[in-house]
Design a protein around this ligand. Sequence first.
Ligand code: BDR
Ligand code: CA
Length: 313
Amino acid sequence: MPREKIIIDTDPGQDDAVAILLALASPEEIEVLGITAVAGNAPLHMTEVNARKVCELAGRPDVKVYAGCDKPLFLELHTAPEVHGPTGLNGPILPEPAMPLQPEHAVDFIIDTVLAEPPGSVTLCPLGPLTNVARAIMREPRVAGRLKRIVLMGGAQTEGGNSSPVAEFNIFVDPHAADVVLKSGVEVVMFPLDVTHQVLTSRVRMDAIAAIGTPVAKATYEMLDYYRQYDEKKYGTDGGPLHDPCVIAWLIRPELFQGQHVNVAVETGSALTIGQTVVDYFDKTGRPRNALYMRKADADGFFALLTERLTRL
Ligand code: BDR
Ligand code: CA
């Protein structure tokens, strides 16, 4: 099997960080062409630094990290310090990165890379608000036709929202960008809260990560131990959802997840429901099926994969 060439577009974020670690720990299956940072969980000047800290934690200072958009297409930026902490990556104390930030803008990097690689060979993996991705598609329309697909974390339907009663954070922060992506014609694979809320960092799973005993595992444990507290209190669960790594896990072991090909549209107008993802399970609208919308996860299989891969770093 050829390796999947990916660009990770991200706003780290502890769960973003674990997704990056999982990708970098899986070189047989995944080639990370670059990491593009976007404003989301924290402002851009923090998310780009966090992305570099995570690459260094993984022992991969050679990975190219680019800074992208510092605010959504039209709305004011909304961050989530109550979930991720004021740095976006609270938990472990990680050193300031020595590896450089690339001089190119993330949107230019996405465009240049997708046009330079063979058509149909690059997968975009957005783990935050879709601002960088939408800007790339809007600025260079050939990007949409040349991508293999977009595999993203975002959206919510049966679970309700986590940023409003109906909207999931990544879509809520930049609904107009999500609208561009979902109407782009690119094949989209979506990991909404409906599936990520099945993938919980329970005490037993956390203990298995701690038992690895390496510096990377220790830092991962500390990140997740911080990150789980907000959601445990909110939902009364044993552990919090590990959203973003589902995207990478699917690239490695697609059989861990099940979904349905549907039309997904985003509400961009209503003050009451802005950012809601409207999922047409029964073809009621006649709109084209634009997304594989994930609904079920094998959570034990997911954590077995993650734990095994973390031992490699
Ligand atoms: C998403 O929002 C962020 O807080 C997480 O990193 C994840 O990408 C979950 O709604
Ligand atoms: Ca994220």
